[in-house]
Design a protein around this ligand. Structure first.
Ligand SMILES: [Zn+2]
Ligand SMILES: [Zn+2]
Length: 191
């Protein structure tokens, strides 16, 4: 099977964000022979997914599989620019997430990120494009890491859990040695 990660626009999101992400991800995944492609269409956001000013991430993510059912896909990463939450996390008083992903070990996998809280102006600070693009890359690699069987990691590693934007800024845009080993094992298993 060809290893392709498809990037899917969901709702109103600037297509340039996906173009930059594709470029950065290509550089990152090249050594694993994984290609990155942008799907040309756009998925709409649906009203039933909207609840208290946020979209339910699991509902949006669920639609990604329906959409690509007839394609021979490997991984799909939805990119949206609206706030998302997870009902599971609300119990822990956390009212938003940066992204979500399929956690089960599978040949296929879906992930979703929202770029809304990755912008400095969300925090009423002046915009920094390079920083924003790096944050988008980190969250994308993190969520895709889950689809490759990686769990949260306490090392200096992109798989560190981000509860705040500072957490995202503190972690590097790559997997630690332990996670890289797991990633390589995964890729060998599902070759
Ligand atoms: Zn995570
Ligand atoms: Zn790690």
């Amino acid at each position: 099977m060809k290893k392709i990660i498809y990037l899917q626009r969901i709702g109103d999101v600037d297509p340039r964000i996906l173009i930059v992400l594709q470029k950065n991800m290509k550089r990152f995944f090249r050594e694993y022979n994984i290609k990155i492609k942008i799907l040309s269409d756009k998925l709409p956001l649906l009203e039933f997914e909207f609840y208290k000013e946020q979209y339910d991430a699991s509902k949006v993510k669920k639609r990604l599989i329906k959409h690509v059912n007839n394609r021979n896909y490997y991984r799909i990463l939805g990119v949206m620019d609206a706030d998302i939450s997870s009902k599971l996390l609300k119990k822990n008083k956390k009212n938003f997430i940066f992204g979500t992903a399929d956690m089960d070990k599978n040949k296929f996998g879906r992930a979703l990120i929202s770029v809304t809280r990755l912008r400095e102006d969300f925090y009423e600070r002046s915009e920094n494009l390079a920083q924003f693009e790096l944050r988008v890359l980190k969250e994308a690699i993190h969520e895709l890491g889950h689809t490759f069987g990686l769990e949260h990691c306490d090392n200096l590693c992109v798989m560190r859990c981000s509860n705040t934007i500072d957490d995202t800024d503190k972690k590097p845009p790559n997997y630690c040695d332990a996670c890289l080993k797991k990633l390589n094992d995964f890729l060998d298993d599902f070759d």
